[in-house]
Ligand binder design. Structure first.
Ligand code: F6P
Length: 308
């Protein structure tokens, strides 16, 4: 996200526009927490995790009168265009601001879940994925030394995108995620036992936080009680949301931030930046209402084929 902020500020500067930073998202906007963000304020932020502008969830923004107040604050501050970095909730709010009050909005996808329609990538996903893979590689050392079964929970409240990619990249034996409800614990146990019968001596099951079978703790408890399995549970949690961003996240943050500003400068409004087949393109903000993309089904299958 910092790469995107830096690119927005510096591209705007290059085009002769002044940029203001709004702290803590829509919540900060409502509280008037905004100030000029000059080019120098973005020095050495490219490699930093999190966001220098901080963030907040703002439930009040669901109310039309709250959005009217936000539009009034933007107008009073003389802000001509708003660049929103976030996920579907942030983009839906931006779309409402545009529709109801004519605020010129552009979006930059930022969520480790990679669950926005119309884009192959969201900022943070690649960094979170690499963090999860590195952590699981370490867990694998213990799993194989002690001959153990581990359940590792990765984030993804309603999306298995991170879980499936993590599982494939770390050679997990199985993956459980929200969009694959047919995955039963019975199937999982049958598969794990087949692995052990074939001579495997360690197993890692990646569980998405939002999996309907249950979160890793619950799955682990059920496997202990009903199948007498000896196992360890690791919840990776918020370590996935921090740390220095990968080169890919920095590159896309920079490309998208600059391109969003160039488009706003040309008079375009109501779009969000996206990656489609390697190209930086813009999607209409209304596309955020499309169905959430599913993790590629073939990756889930590949996890089991390659872990035999
Ligand atoms: O929505 C993105 C996400 O990373 C989810 O995968 C996760 O459930 C959530 O954020 C965690 O957010 P919080 O820190 O607010 O609990």
């Amino acid at each position: 996200m910092n790469a995107a902020i830096r690119a927005v500020v510096r591209q705007a500067d290059a085009l002769g526009h002044e940029t203001w930073g709004i702290y803590r998202g829509y919540q900060g906007l409502l509280e008037g927490d905004l100030e000029p963000l000059p080019s120098r304020a973005c020095a050495n932020i490219l490699q930093r995790g999190g966001t220098i502008l901080q963030t907040a969830r703002c439930l009040a923004f669901h109310q039309p009168e709250t959005r009217a107040e936000a539009a009034r604050i933007l107008k009073e501050a003389g802000i001509g265009a708003l660049v929103v970095i976030g996920g579907d909730g942030s983009f839906r709010a931006a779309q409402a601001l545009m529709r109801e009050h004519g605020v010129a909005c552009a979006g930059i996808p930022g969520t480790i879940d990679n669950d926005l329609p119309g884009t192959d990538r969201t900022l943070g996903f690649d960094t979170a994925l690499n963090t999860a893979v590195e952590a699981i590689d370490r867990i694998r050392d213990t799993a194989s030394s002690h001959g153990r079964l581990f359940l590792v929970e990765v984030m993804g409240r309603s999306s298995g995108m991170l879980a499936v990619h993590t599982a494939l990249a770390c050679g997990a034996e199985a993956v459980l995620y929200p969009e694959s409800p047919e995955d039963s614990l019975e199937n999982l146990v049958t598969r794990l036992k087949a692995h052990w019968d074939a001579g495997k001596r360690s197993s890692i099951v990646v569980v998405a936080e939002g999996d309907t079978v249950g979160r890793a703790m619950a799955v682990g408890e059920q496997l202990r009680q009903e199948h007498a399995l000896d196992l360890r549970v690791v919840v990776l949690g918020h370590i996935q949301r921090g740390g220095s961003p990968t080169a890919l996240d920095r590159i896309w943050g920079s490309r998208w931030g600059a391109e969003a500003v160039r488009r706003l400068d040309r008079g375009e409004r109501g779009f969000y930046m996206a990656e489609v087949a390697g190209a930086a393109v813009a999607q209409p903000l209304s596309r955020v209402l499309d169905p959430q993309p599913l993790p590629p089904g073939d990756l889930g299958i590949l996890v089991s084929v390659l872990s035999r």
